[in-house]
Design a protein around this ligand. Structure first.
Ligand SMILES: [Zn+2]
Length: 460
């Protein structure tokens, strides 16, 4: 394997042919790992904002879509969240958001690489060492990941739980408060148009690219109040202005619940499930997604960044049912049961293959995502382990940047599955507890429905 593209040796970021020199602030901004290992995420602070937003501008040219996620200071409890009417719910959301703060704005830019263009396949072979042969089944994407660290200059409320969670997962508040990108989420009329957040908004909006979120209503509200304007009183005003900046928005949680009917739809679960499914498709010669994460002049396969440690856990501890079903457990790290997503998926696969052998000739419905070849998965896993890096250490599994990568990958899976009909799912946002989505539409006010059920809301 060529050293310049092998993830285990990408400490040698500097290449003689590399026109971009790596300067100190890259290591400095890598909050969770201060040794010399490379990063694959652009951590954007006040002092490198100009440089990285210029790179971002270039990345947006010819891109397919942008996925994003936010980390914020928690939401606390508000009884208004339980209201049925969309307008009343919105007002409750908005009143909470106004007093809270976003800390991190993670975005991933996905760019499809066209195989048919001359030279691309050669280029691809050079960049993707794991793909030994070029096939027409490969849907190749380059991803660039940005983590904007945002410093709110207003007073705001925090939920201690959320802060503890962030700190436990490597979020560096020292860096944030010393070097975060300053912003105010109040009185937008007084904010100059050349403030960093306004500039970022206009760069993203000018691309007219689809935005992809997962369970994204709060992300969208935070984006609005941070970058666009003070949250208006009326839901339809919020929708109209949001769409004027971002005309096409997808919520993968909506697609998973309403189009795919997944029984579980939290982010980490869907990502890992579809990632396995994709690996299995690849080894069976079917259409599959291939993602390469780009950082400066390095390109690493996404699969080489995914750490699987299911063997450490297999059958040792029982899985936590709360976590398995909702991706959330109030006991967090103190829970005696396993929150390991690989273990959860292994158990599901075992159950499925048992069912399958019972049913004998019951044929697979091809829209279903069941990966029905466990051997393939094991082989694939072996390949992955051979070229492994611990993503949880490298990239911080709970960073907004990585969540945005997972969201984008889930979207690619749906794009492959639903093809053009995925457009039917645009501008429909999942709202916890509602049997219908919030439809983002300028002209119509989304009506209240009385046939509401009590679907339990889940975390991301
Ligand atoms: Zn638990």
């Amino acid at each position: 394997m060529n050293n310049s593209t092998n993830i285990t040796t990408t400490t040698t970021v500097k290449d003689i042919n590399d026109p971009i020199t790596i300067d100190k602030d890259i290591n400095h901004s890598n909050s969770f790992d201060n040794d010399t290992t490379t990063t694959i995420v652009y951590n954007v602070f006040k002092d490198n904002f100009d440089k990285y937003t210029n790179l971002l501008k270039d990345d947006l040219i010819g891109a397919s879509f942008i996925s994003f996620d936010t980390e914020f200071s928690g939401l606390g409890y508000n009884k208004g969240f339980k209201l049925n009417d969309f307008q009343e719910k919105y007002q409750a959301f908005a009143s909470v958001i106004k007093n809270r703060s976003i800390f991190e704005f993670g975005i991933s830019i996905f760019k499809e690489i066209d195989h048919s263009r001359t030279g691309d396949s050669n280029n691809k072979r050079k960049l993707n060492q794991q793909t030994t042969t070029t096939t027409n089944n490969e849907h190749l994407y380059f991803i660039t990941i940005y983590n904007f660290k945002l410093y709110n200059s207003n007073d705001f409320m925090i939920s201690p739980n959320s802060m503890t969670f962030l700190v436990k997962h490597g979020f560096d508040f020292n860096q944030l408060f010393l070097n975060g990108i300053p912003y105010s989420n109040r009185n937008h009329k007084d904010i100059p148009m050349d403030s960093p957040c306004k500039r970022l908004l206009h760069i993203l909006s000018a691309s007219r690219l689809p935005l992809v979120v997962h369970n994204g209503i709060f992300d969208l509200l935070f984006i609005y109040s941070t970058f666009i304007y003070d949250l208006p009183d009326q839901l339809h005003d919020f929708i109209a202005k949001l769409l004027s900046f971002f005309p096409t928005i997808f919520d993968t949680k909506y697609i998973s619940e309403f189009k795919i009917s997944e029984s579980k739809s939290f982010l980490e679960y869907l990502f890992n499930k579809y990632f396995r499914f994709n690996s299995s498709n690849k080894s069976r010669g079917q259409d599959y997604i291939s993602c390469q994460v780009k950082y400066l002049n390095n390109v690493v396969p996404l699969e080489s960044l995914i750490n699987s440690n299911s063997s450490d856990f297999d059958n040792l501890i029982e899985i936590c049912q709360d976590y398995s079903n909702h991706g959330y457990c109030k006991l967090n790290d103190t829970c005696p049961y396993s929150h390991n997503i690989d273990q959860i998926l292994n158990i599901e696969e075992k159950k499925r293959s048992k069912k399958k052998s019972k049913k004998n000739k019951d044929k697979d419905n091809n829209i279903d995502n069941d990966s029905n070849n466990i051997d393939d998965n094991n082989n694939q896993q072996q390949i992955l382990n051979d070229n492994n890096i611990n993503l949880k250490k490298e990239m911080n599994i709970h960073s907004a940047g990585f969540d945005s990568v997972m969201t984008g990958f889930i979207f690619l899976h749906y794009k492959l599955l639903l093809k053009n009909s995925i457009m039917d799912s645009s501008n429909k946002i999942y709202i916890s507890g509602k049997p219908i989505p919030l439809v983002l539409q300028v002209s119509k006010y989304t009506p209240f429905t009385s046939s509401d059920n009590n679907k339990v809301g889940t975390s991301k």
